[in-house]
Design a protein around this ligand. Structure first.
Ligand SMILES: NC(=O)c1ccc[n+]([C@@H]2O[C@H](COP(=O)([O-])OP(=O)(O)OC[C@H]3O[C@@H](n4cnc5c(N)ncnc54)[C@H](OP(=O)(O)O)[C@@H]3O)[C@@H](O)[C@H]2O)c1
Length: 333
């Protein structure tokens, strides 16, 4: 990970607000306890009772009555944790109000919507980053460092997937109007992994199955990149193990389940050596990306060198291409 530059005050307190007191919002709040010099000061939700319960559970001082109130509050940064159909508009509203914004994955409905968010971030001179956890986990950083000293050669193939049939029918991913579907669920992590190891996207081929509810229930995505190819799968009515493979000419890495919350990897070298890496995560794991985001703010940066705008656009492009190939379009697209 490249070092941050222009750090002005590495201990400046960063005050946060959250939009969307749901599951991701709760994990973000849980992680905040493990982030140095940062605190969760405000929350806004459209359901007053749920929002008040969230505030009381996590000790959040301000329950904003409206988005305008949150936008004019003293928080420096806002984490947007609603469903993907509303990500772009909410991120834009907070950026325009002068806040730095970390938006949950997928950052927007599609590439066009994400471009709109990025344009506002630039115009308002604010930091925007898609909340993409894996690269900030201790294991992922340990693996990157390990492969520098004991390489397997350039990774040329990535395989990653997860089929999850455990979700109840009311789960948001089953609703096209919330921009659901398997591709929008675990797909962003898969897109990240492929782009991070293989570089810019050149081509996408997708096979899959759309369910009666109108979202993709199974997607098999093959992608070609600058430096190799990937096979990715995601689904909502079958079960599989969520592990991933990074393959190089002199060895391969298995990122053990769940690879998007990585804490264990095995490296198999061509010469027969097998190396185990372990690095457990703490506080639910949202703390690492939050810590990174706080450091970017303190350094006066407007883009993450790890989850760059170009990387997020690449993820959005890949997910949109895969979805459109299966004929899945969302209201308003
Ligand atoms: N990074 C991760 O590990 C991780 C884990 C889980 C989810 N996610 C991502 O987080 C996002 C939310 O998922 P979730 O599982 O947390 O969903 P969730 O539990 O249903 O929570 C969503 C929250 O957003 C609110 N909301 C939804 N649409 C809204 C809108 N248009 N305006 C205002 N508030 C709105 C909901 O309010 P109501 O309660 O009133 O409906 C709820 O508080 C998704 O993009 C998902 O992919 C990330």
């Amino acid at each position: 990970m490249p070092p941050l530059q222009h750090v002005t005050d590495s201990t400046q307190l960063i005050r946060w607000g959250v939009i969307g007191p749901g599951r991701a919002g709760a994990r973000f709040a849980e992680g905040m306890a493990a982030v140095a010099d940062a605190q969760l000061d405000a929350v806004w939700g459209r359901n007053r009772e749920k929002t008040a319960a969230f505030a009381s559970k996590f000790g959040v001082g301000q329950v904003a009555e409206s988005l305008t109130e949150l936008g004019s509050s003293k928080v420096d940064a806002v984490y947007v944790a609603t469903h993907p159909d509303s990500h772009a508009d909410l991120c834009i509203e907070m950026l325009a109000a002068g806040k730095h914004v970390m938006g949950e994955k997928p950052a927007a409905l599609n590439e066009r919507e994400l471009a709109r968010v990025l344009a506002v971030a630039r115009r308002c001179d604010r930091l925007f980053m898609e909340a993409m956890k894996p690269p900030f986990f201790p294991l992922y950083k340990k693996l990157r460092a390990y492969l520098k000293t004991d390489p397997i050669g350039p990774v040329g193939f990535v395989r990653a997937g997860h089929l999850d049939a455990t979700r109840p029918p009311e789960y948001p991913l089953f609703y096209p109007e919330l921009a659901g579907g398997s591709i929008m669920g675990i797909g962003p992590y898969e897109a990240f992994l492929a782009l991070d190891w293989l570089g810019a996207l050149k081509r996408v081929q997708t096979m899959g199955r759309v369910g009666a509810v109108g979202v993709d229930m199974l997607a098999l995505i093959q992608t070609e990149h600058e430096h190799g190819m990937a096979q990715l799968h995601t689904g909502l009515d079958l079960l599989s193990k969520g592990d991933a493979l990074l393959s190089g000419p002199r060895g391969y890495v298995v990122l053990h389940a769940n690879w998007w919350n990585p804490q264990r990897a095995t490296i198999y070298h061509l010469d027969g050596r097998v190396v185990e890496l372990d690095a457990p995560f703490i506080a639910g794991g949202f703390n690492y990306e939050t810590e990174h985001f706080c450091q970017l703010i303190r350094g006066g940066l407007r883009e993450s060198p790890v989850v760059s705008h170009e990387l997020s656009l690449g993820m959005a492009r890949m997910l949109e291409a895969a979805r459109l190939e299966l004929g899945v379009q969302f209201p308003g697209e």
